[in-house]
Write a protein that binds this ligand. Structure first.
Ligand SMILES: [Zn+2]
Length: 120
């Protein structure tokens, strides 16, 4: 059973966009959070007032085997790597989209039997 023409046309669009993103090489998992922090000086105003905290500092984090790992980034790194993270998100969206087309194809296949209780 071959995919339909519209399925194939969309698959090609997905492949083109995926290839264009991957070719940039600018792909980074995780996310960047902005942090405002208290310092070690005991009399600093940052301890008493939230908006006197220091920052912003940018922290890149990602989940690694259910543990979160992070690195602090310079402001320039923050600007650069935001685009890399967007690319990573887009890649995952595109993969979910091609998977969804596969699911729809299976569901539309006349040989697919409706799930019945107790049926194999
Ligand atoms: Zn402080």
């Amino acid at each position: 059973m071959a995919p339909t023409r519209t399925h194939l046309a969309e698959a090609r669009r997905i492949a083109d966009e995926l290839a264009a993103i991957v070719r940039t090489g600018s792909v980074l998992p995780g996310s960047i959070v902005e942090r405002h922090m208290v310092c070690g000086r005991p009399n600093c105003a940052c301890h008493a007032e939230r908006d006197r905290r220091h920052g912003p500092y940018y922290q890149w984090t990602r989940k690694l085997a259910s543990k979160t790992v992070g690195r602090f980034l310079s402001p320039e790194q923050h600007e650069d790597y935001e685009a890399w993270i967007s690319n990573d998100r887009r890649i995952h969206e595109l993969i979910r989209r091609i998977e969804q087309l596969g699911i729809e194809a299976l569901e539309a296949d006349p040989r697919t039997r409706r799930q019945q209780r107790g049926a194999p």
